[in-house]
Structures are given as structure tokens and as C-alpha cells.
Design a protein around this ligand. Structure first.
Ligand code: AMP
Length: 258
């Protein structure tokens, strides 16, 4: 059965007091994935496509910070206001703030449909905290997918990226344009360019990635969870490459191509 558009991430986006209206079917063995890769490799797009194929929820920490940042000033906690400042500059939000936010949402890690973490963990400290929490909750990751892409292509992708204001779907002005310019195909929301996709923030983000996130490749490699995928080609081709890499590890779980 297609799980397309059945994703409801209210509990993730708004926090534990919100409830998801649509809870994915409880699989026996839900996919619990982490996506790694520099900003701009297309993790968000892949998380959406993988959600459609595997049913697991797309959980992006960047989306939580953006959702918090778009609330009225008086509703924002000091920690979220501080996070918005880091985001605008393209810098990483401090581990303590990120961890507090994820820990509050630990119920989402138990979701029957599984999850696809996008943008978290981003530092060794975050990866270690996630491992400890999952161990103590009796949960384990299925795999960690690392997307590889040359630097020049990353910059071109980030500069052309546009995001839907309402449903957060991701487009690209040339690689994945919407049918109607500036409007989301799914919900007709307005598309915008994120502050941190502007040229001055891109370099800062790529430096932060090299310094803080690249070491996670070794961390998950040592745990035997790492799957590497070249992030070249169309989004569908990259998704097919991801499914085939996952299939070679978990043959019984991957749905056949439709
Ligand atoms: P993303 O949408 O994943 O590219 O995240 C956008 C921005 O949110 C990043 O540039 C950071 O400022 C912040 N952010 C998101 N996730 C994290 C994280 N796990 N650790 C630190 N900062 C984060």
C-alpha cells in the first residue's frame, strides 16, 4: 500500500503536547534510519521519497527550529529564539539546546511506522546521546545512510533550493521545479528561499559540516550501521540507489520497485 501523503508530524514539529492525527500503520520491524551528508546533498528530498516507499516518518530537526521560529515572538522560548540566531548565520545550534528538543520528542522514536532522522545527529555528542537514549528505550537503528556529493555540486544545489512555507516540501529551481512557479505542487503553499540557503551562510554551513558532522561517518562505520550512497543523478535515481543499498543489507524488508 502506498503511504504517500499519510505523514503527520505534528508531535515532532510542535512538541510532545501535540498529537499526530495520522499514525502510520504499526510495522513489525519499522525502519529506523539516520541520513547523513553535507547540507545540500538532498537529505530532505530523500527523506520524503523514502517516507513514501518505506512508510517511516521524516523527522528533521531543522524543520522543528523553523516551525518554532515562525511562531509569534511571545510564544517562543528563549532557547528557540537563540536557536533561530544560530540558524540565520548558518551555524550549528548548541548540542544542549538540540538535545533538549529531541529528548522532549523521544515518543517519536517509538512511532510504529519508524522514522527517518534528517539533520540529527550532527555532532559526535549528539550521536552518543542518541545511542544512549535508544539503548535505554530498547530501540536500535536499522541503518545510517551517508550521501556523498562533490563540493561544487553542493553549492549549486543549496543556492537553487526552495522550500514550501506550509508543508516543508523541497524543490529546486532547475533540478526539481514545481509545476507552477513559486507554488507547492502538494498543498499550493508559497515557496521561499531559506535564510541559510543564501550564499553567505552556505560556506559557514559547509565548514560546520566538515568540522562537526563528517566524524559521524567513522562513528557509525564502527557500529556497522553505515551505508554509503552517491548523491548524483535525479532524486528518484538516488532514492533507487538508496533502496538497493539498503536491500543488500536487509533483503527481506525493502518493498519491490513500483
Ligand atoms: P537543516 O534544515 O537540517 O539544514 O538545518 C537548518 C539549521 O538548523 C542548521 O544550519 C542549524 O543551524 C540548525 N540545526 C538543525 N539540526 C541541527 C542539529 N542536529 N544540530 C545543530 N544545529 C542544527
Amino acid at each position: 500500500m502506498s503511504t504517500q501523503n499519510k505523514q503527520d508530524r505534528e508531535a515532532w514539529l510542535q512538541g510532545p503536547t501535540a498529537q499526530c492525527q495520522v499514525v502510520p500503520e504499526h510495522g513489525e520491524n519499522p525502519w529506523r534510519l539516520v541520513l547523513l551528508g553535507a547540507p545540500g546533498v538532498g537529505k530532505g528530498t530523500q527523506a520524503d521519497l523514502l517516507h513514501q516507499r518505506l512508510g517511516a516518518c521524516h523527522l528533521s530537526t531543522g524543520d522543528v527550529f523553523r516551525a518554532a521560529g515562525s511562531r509569534p515572538d511571545c510564544e517562543q522560548s528563549p532557547a528557540m529564539k537563540e536557536a533561530a540566531g544560530y540558524m540565520r548565520r548558518g551555524a550549528l545550534v548548541p548540542d544542549s539546546t538540540v538535545w533538549e528538543m529531541v529528548r522532549e520528542r523521544k515518543g517519536c522514536l517509538h512511532c510504529g511506522g519508524g522514522f527517518i532522522l534528517d539533520g540529527f545527529p550532527r555532532t559526535l555528542g549528539q550521536a552518543e546521546s542518541l545511542k544512549k537514549l535508544m539503548d535505554s528505550e530498547g530501540l536500535s537503528l536499522t541503518a545510517v545512510v551517508n550521501y556523498d556529493l562533490p563540493f561544487g555540486e553542493i553549492v549549486a544545489r543549496l543556492g537553487g533550493r526552495r522550500t514550501c512555507e506550509k508543508c516543508k516540501a523541497v524543490y529546486h529551481v532547475t533540478e526539481r521545479p514545481p509545476t507552477v512557479e513559486g507554488r507547492c505542487d502538494r498543498c499550493e503553499g508559497k515557496l521561499f528561499q531559506r535564510d541559510d540557503d543564501r550564499p553567505e551562510s552556505i560556506t559557514v554551513r559547509l565548514e560546520a559540516y566538515d568540522r562537526s558532522t563528517a566524524p559521524l561517518i567513522e562513528f557509525y562505520g564502527k557500529l556497522g550501521l553505515l551505508v554509503s550512497v552517491a548523491a548524483t543523478g535525479s532524486p528518484d535515481e538516488i532514492c533507487a540507489a538508496t533502496l538497493s543499498s539498503l536491500e543488500s543489507r536487509h533483503a527481506e524488508r525493502v518493498p519491490q520497485a513500483r
